[in-house]
Design a protein around this ligand. Sequence first.
Ligand SMILES: [Zn+2]
Ligand SMILES: [Zn+2]
Ligand SMILES: [Zn+2]
Length: 386
Amino acid sequence: MNRYRYGGLKILTNCSQCGSPLVINGPVLKQQCNSCQNEAVFSKKFWNGLIVQLDKNIVEGSKSKGTSDIVYDGFTFKISWNLFSPECNKCKSLLPIDDFSLGGAIRCSNCGDFSEFMDAPSWFNYADTMKIIGADSNVQQNISSFEQVNPISMNCPNCAGALKISQSIKRVTNCEFCSSEFYIPDVIWNRLHPVTVARTWFVRYEGKPQWIIEMEKRNEEQKLKYARILQKKREKVLLKDNERQKDILATEIKESGAKWKSTVIWGYFASVLAGIFAIGFAIIFISPLSKMVGEKLCDGEYIRKSVPTRKGYSIFFYCKKDGKVESMDNKMVLAGLGGGVGLLCSIWTLTSIVLFIRMKKKRQLLQEQLNQKLLEIDVNSGKVKN
Ligand SMILES: [Zn+2]
Ligand SMILES: [Zn+2]
Ligand SMILES: [Zn+2]
């Protein structure tokens, strides 16, 4: 984007009192009617809207000129606008815009006429980014009236007294000598109130348009607002999530002891069964194992006998000592089953202790996680600041 943007305006409307044309050769809030001297008042809102619209036309740049009728403040404004570089009001040649920085008036390099170069009136919203070129010089007083013309002398039609008729005197006036009322003739009136010709004046905009900046700011605020809503939602979900995780952790902690207990009980149960069936029965039915146990139980001669029966075979154990043979079936069953069960149960007891320590450690870990969750919940629900 260039540093400067230019747009031209030519504005006409009609006096709301007498209907005569009113030319608005600059951004003015008041304008005196040339014919009836009624003061037309234009609002700052009208001007700001018009000036932003002109800038929008420049930025969009789809058309280089156009006309539009705007009804506002009780007036119908006929507005011709263009996106041209400022032109000399007299000869229409381009003004040397490079000299603008000099301030004051700009001299047309073609005809030598001067165009006003002034600050935009301070009541414009974006006044400090705007300059006004080629407007009426009295715009700065915020009132555009007819050109200053020296008073004209005439004689009273009634008493011939020498009167000085100035611009401010009404069309129908009273003689200051004889007090008779008289009508100022056209010749004098028209010389005192030269018809102002509508001209195109220009606005120079500087930098990024303020209305774009404001639009972006509004968008940014909208985005932030939306992000905040999203964040709130996310926090809510997180809070719910945390609550759920907290419940899971608390339950796990509560149940970890009971879980260990039931594991231990089932372990003993399994140890007893395995002791009986895997070890006890093996000692009885597998001959080398029987021998290992039997020789320990009998300090004489250990004898194992397999006797075939109708269903399969039966096993008998004897101990021969000092010529006496004693049955040791009961001893073998007790030793086999008792030994198997005892062995597995003691192994399981050790395992249970290890499991208990691990359960305790895990429980501590879970407790730490739970504490962390509880803190997170407090932070998310705003009870504690992070
Ligand atoms: Zn009027
Ligand atoms: Zn010129
Ligand atoms: Zn008189």
